[in-house]
Design a protein around this ligand. Structure first.
Ligand SMILES: [Zn+2]
Length: 257
């Protein structure tokens, strides 16, 4: 038998009125438990952390790129320095030979010519070296900038994770407290009534609603005169249900019957 479908009238569930009233308190606690679960899923920190993690991943890639560029330029600089050094060493050797004055006039003249050429070459290579050094400076500051951003982001992420965990811990503590309250409420509650309540709750989220001023507080529909008449005629301990939403309808002094 499926309780979500209209029941034949002869299946009448009987439960003490006080149990029916207590069921509204249980529903109140269950509603708060549902709100806690909803809050847990929709903490603003979840979206914040996801977006920070996305940026962190992008920054990690950016940092790898910047570090690769810096080490490439560093290699270029080592090469440029070696080139300058090589020319400088050769010029120094030529200078020494020139100073020693060894060799014939033609030889010394060619040496002098080479020294001039090497000086020009060294100057060109030093320009290259300077240009590479400037690029290395830029690449190094890129690495520093991205590293700084990564560290800042890491701190923001730690902060958000801390806030999320604190919020989750608060909600978990509240849930525990409510679950203890609930256990006390359902102890000794009519088993048939509780089973029906749980079954309806499973399918619609709310198992019991108060009938207040002729209106079902579950679906907010005003009961029609025939249903009101039927409910008026029902015994106090008969469990009645809303014809619209099939929730257990609990009658109180405010029901307007
Ligand atoms: Zn209803």
């Amino acid at each position: 038998m499926d309780d979500a479908r209209p029941q034949p009238r002869e299946h009448i569930l009987i439960a003490p009125t006080t149990d029916q009233w207590r069921l509204l308190d249980v529903q109140g606690v269950d509603t708060r438990l549902d709100q806690i679960a909803h809050r847990e899923r929709h903490l603003p920190e979840h979206a914040e952390i996801a977006s920070l993690e996305q940026r962190a991943a992008a920054l990690r890639d950016e940092l790898v790129g910047a570090q690769t560029r810096a080490s490439d330029v560093q290699r270029e600089l080592t090469k440029a320095e070696a080139d300058v050094e090589q020319v400088r060493a050769r010029a120094a050797r030529d200078q020494a030979r020139l100073a020693a004055g060894q060799g014939g006039h033609k030889e010394l003249e060619s040496l002098q010519h080479e020294i001039t050429t090497l000086a020009k070459r060294q100057s060109d290579l030093e320009d290259v070296e300077l240009e590479v050094m400037e690029r290395l400076d830029a690449a190094t500051s890129d690495v520093e900038r991205v590293t700084g951003e990564r560290d800042e982001l890491g701190a923001a992420l730690d902060d958000a994770v801390g806030r999320r965990d604190a919020a989750l811990a608060d909600l978990a503590a509240e849930r525990q407290k409510l679950q203890r309250e609930r256990a006390g409420m359902i102890a000794g509650l009519d088993a048939g009534l509780l089973a029906l309540y749980e079954k309806i709750r499973e399918s619609s989220g709310t198992g019991a609603a108060m009938l207040r001023a002729r209106r079902c507080e579950g679906c907010h529909m005003e009961l029609n005169p025939q249903d009101l008449q039927r409910i008026r005629a029902a015994a106090d301990d008969e469990v009645v249900r809303c014809e619209e939403c099939r929730r257990i309808l609990v009658r109180t002094g405010e029901s307007g019957l």
